[in-house]
Design a protein around this ligand. Structure first.
Ligand code: ZN
Length: 570
């Protein structure tokens, strides 16, 4: 990607204004601050620099520019982030980069065209409209989520797209057509009610097609009940959440998300007034889905189909979500199959069920333990089940919550809490865990004391906007700080070297003045550290010179070592 494109986009978007759309940004002197969206915190340590058009979090060590923010926050690849930001900045990518346009731009275009085609086909198909109405969907919901109809013909969409001038290979690449062995192009979706899948910014990137009942058993039709678009460069199933483009803000506001299994569950929940809903469509819940949600929600309310498969899926999702540090609640239906059915019976039924969702440990109590007072410690089966529940509680990451659930478990089983805790010590949690923000918050690199001292001195200089005050440190700074001081003295705040730029980010955003007496201590410590570093370099040089018999080098190194010792002893 030519860097001129990214520079052009950056010049048109102000990072502070942009981040206001995501975070609660407050002024902090020349800079701005906000609570970090990438780690949990109460006092903001996420700093934004309008000068540098960059951000840095002093809590978790992450930082970067507007692209880095969008990629991390929205879970996007660079190419996707580029499209999103280009659109926001009003920069047309097609003209800037034909290759990029050919690669992903066409896929967006084709999916959008297909969605329009399916929508207008539904408008003229009474049977399809009746089917959706029978399932409880209102016309406004159908319009809002752009549901459609794929005619029961071999190549209706393909012909439409070919006529519009698209190449057959691109239609296949977009996942809309299939090429047969004999080289014919067939529509992937035929005789199906179409649910377009939007990415988190509201662009159609794929579809789920549900077979129309009257074709369900018809000869020659693919008998699959659901057909999904294949993965493409713009459609990543394990990351996309259905409905998230609409429910992002309601989820952020509620601090919780109602996670359902299918598109119908989502649409019916939305229609019933549950706007913080989202669905993991066409795939099981993944750690990536959870990462996306965890940035804006602390609580997950899970709902799964009321059958054995649904119960197993629920258990897996609970474990995954709890190890990712969500508070988890479960909505279980006794008489309805799923949230869609409950909502169809009455919006209030679903609203009440969600409001009365059961905390996850309670769900396990009910699944594995008899009612209070009926627990029998003499049965092997009960002990086995008790251990399962203990293991589940042990997985909760909040210690406070864990403690209160052990108390509740003691009450439920009549087994003393002390004994339960003892048992918990023995139970092995061997779980499939979501590494807690492992990739989101890499451990900051270890810095030497000399580097830390240099950094602090540079922060003081930036705060005072007086770089001559650290001129005397120049020979003692670590090489990277020498370069940074040079750049800062030139009046610049950026470096083309990403590693240096990253450190500058840290220094500029962390600028802080100190009293002169402390600055003097820092300086003398820096000199000592530099002396120590130089000494170990010389000792190593002496060893090499001795081994290789290089007398000139040996002599020079020994002399310098002597000088260093003289300075130290003076
Ligand atoms: Zn952070």
């Amino acid at each position: 990607m030519p860097s001129s494109t990214t520079e052009l986009i950056k010049s048109k978007l102000d990072i502070v204004d942009f981040l206001r759309g995501y975070l609660n940004v407050q002024a902090a002197g020349k800079n701005f601050k906000a609570p970090c969206p990438f780690h949990k915190e109460k006092t903001p340590s996420f700093m934004i620099s309008p000068d540098r058009q960059s951000w840095h979090c002093f809590g978790c060590g992450l930082g970067g520019d507007i692209f880095g923010f969008v990629m991390r926050y929205e879970n996007l690849e660079f190419g996707e982030a580029l499209r999103v930001l280009a659109e926001k900045a009003g920069v047309e990518l097609r003209r800037l980069d034909p290759a990029e346009h050919k690669f992903t731009g066409l896929l967006y275009e084709l999916n959008a065209k297909a969605s329009q085609f399916f929508q207008s086909a539904l408008k003229s198909f009474a049977g399809g409209k009746k089917y959706l109405a029978d399932r409880g969907l209102q016309p406004e919901t159908i319009d809002e989520f752009e549901l459609g109809w794929a005619p029961n013909e071999v190549e209706a969409l393909t012909t439409h797209l070919l006529r519009a001038g698209y190449a057959p290979e691109d239609i296949v690449r977009a996942g809309l057509a299939i090429k047969t062995e004999r080289g014919m192009f067939l529509d992937r979706f035929r005789g199906r009610v179409m649910f377009p899948i939007h990415n988190h910014f509201g662009r159609v990137v794929g579809f789920t097609g549900r077979i129309f009942p009257q074709f369900e058993t018809a000869e020659g039709m693919g008998s699959a009940k659901y057909v999904n678009s294949p993965e493409t460069p713009i459609f990543n199933k394990s990351r996309l959440l259905y409905g998230f483009w609409k429910s992002k803000n309601p989820i952020r506001e509620a601090g919780s998300a109602f996670l359902v299994e299918g598109q119908m569950d989502f649409l019916m929940s939305w229609q019933a007034g549950i706007k913080n809903a989202v669905a993991s469509s066409g795939t099981a819940l993944t750690p990536d889905h959870l990462h996306t949600l965890h940035r804006i929600a602390e609580t997950l309310i899970l709902s799964f189909d009321n059958d054995a498969a649904g119960s197993a899926a629920a258990e897996r999702a609970i474990d995954l979500a709890e190890s990712a540090d969500f508070g988890v609640k479960i909505v279980a239906f006794e008489t309805f199959k799923d949230p869609a059915e409950a909502a169809q019976a009455g919006a209030n039924i679903l609203l009440e069920a969600v409001a009365n969702a059961t905390p996850a440990p309670r769900f396990y109590f009910d699944k594995y333990l008899p009612k209070a007072g009926a627990f029998d410690t003499n049965k092997r089966e009960s002990i086995k089940n008790l251990r399962i529940v203990i293991r589940k509680i042990k997985q909760i990451s909040s210690a406070v919550e864990k403690d209160s659930w052990f108390k509740a478990l003691a009450k439920r089983t009549g087994v003393e809490e002390r004994v339960l805790l003892e048992e918990a010590e023995k139970v092995d949690v061997g779980r499939e865990s979501v590494a807690k923000d492992d990739d989101a918050a890499p451990l900051p690199k270890k810095y030497s004391r000399r580097e830390l001292l240099g950094e602090q001195l540079l922060r003081v200089a930036v705060a005072r906007n007086d770089f001559s005050s650290v001129d005397d440190c120049m020979p003692h700074f670590a090489p990277v700080h020498r370069s940074i001081l040079g750049i800062l003295k030139d009046g610049k705040r950026q470096s083309a070297d990403p590693e240096i730029d990253n450190l500058m980010n840290f220094i500029v955003l962390g600028s802080a003045d100190l009293p002169a007496s402390e600055v003097d201590i820092l300086k003398s410590e820096l000199m000592k550290e530099e002396g120590r570093d130089r000494r170990s370099e010389l000792v190593a040089a002496v060893r090499v010179a001795e081994e290789t018999g290089n007398e000139a080098v040996l002599k020079k190194a020994l002399e310098e070592l002597n000088d260093l010792s003289a300075v130290r002893e003076a």
